[in-house]
Design a protein around this ligand. Structure first.
Ligand SMILES: *Cc1c(COP(=O)(O)O)cnc(C)c1O
Length: 236
């Protein structure tokens, strides 16, 4: 190690937790209502373990085949897992029961498959609905103007529990430019909540990543998904 060695994972985790707290307080929110999900795609078990020792308690993975061995390797820790990536229907069966929350329901077909497989396993899967806030044709997620109708369609699925919304806004040149998207997602959640659809809760807003998590917290995020600001730039 030379004297220019990068800041440790532990120091970065502490810094992010402190920024989250400051952003919550700045906007008059209770900091305990915001949880940090460490996005661990491409990160080795060894480095994840370093993060867990530094206080990370919630990990987010994007790909089933990458997640399964990591979950097994860290089974002796207290860490909990969320699924944050695009989920293929044929993979649903292999992940039921492993993830406390799936952030990324982006179609009715996926919702039905999760409901079916969770039902077979005798459990209820907590999920968030992903919204395509930027209206990007290349991005997954429900269209904002379809959302309320579709939530009503999914609400009767008894093995699927809708807990809130998630978004990945289009890339912006600076964090502040992402703010309107975060406001849009919060207002959408408020609009859904106002419908008081039985069995549907809008308690969680998953938004904000390494570059803009503080802005997202100011606008109501309850889950921020942070990867590179903890583990460094991904090289793959
Ligand atoms: C990788 C990833 C993140 C974290 O991105 P960073 O910019 O590295 O913080 C958050 N959410 C999702 C869905 C991701 O795939």
């Amino acid at each position: 190690m030379n004297v220019f060695a990068e800041e440790s994972i532990a120091a970065r985790v502490r810094g992010i937790l402190s920024n989250v707290r400051a952003a919550a307080e700045k906007s008059g929110r209770d900091p305990s209502r915001v949880r940090l999900v460490a996005a661990t795609k491409t990160v080795s078990v060894e480095r994840i373990r370093e993060g867990v020792n530094a206080g990370l308690s919630l990990l987010g993975e994007n790909r089933v085949q990458e997640a399964l061995p990591k979950i097994e390797a860290l089974a002796q820790t207290q860490v909990r897992w969320h699924f944050i990536g695009q989920l293929q229907r044929r993979k649903v069966r292999s992940i039921i029961g492993l993830f406390d929350l799936i952030h990324s329901i982006d179609s009715l077909e996926l919702a039905h498959e999760i409901d079916r497989r969770a039902g077979e396993a005798g459990l209820v899967q907590d999920v968030l609905l992903e919204v395509n806030v930027g209206g990007e044709s290349t991005k997954a997620g429900f269209r904002p103007d379809d959302l309320i109708r579709l939530v009503a369609t999914m609400a009767p699925l008894t093995h699927l529990h809708i807990k809130g919304l998630m978004a990945i806004p289009p890339p912006t040149v600076d964090a502040e430019s992402a703010r309107p998207y975060f406001i849009q997602l919060r207002e959408l959640a408020q609009a859904v909540a106002a419908e008081t659809i039985p069995g549907v809760m809008m308690d969680e807003l998953s938004m904000g990543m390494s570059n803009d998590y503080a802005i997202a917290v100011e606008e109501g995020a309850t889950l921020v998904r942070v990867g590179s600001a903890i583990f460094g730039v991904r090289h793959v």
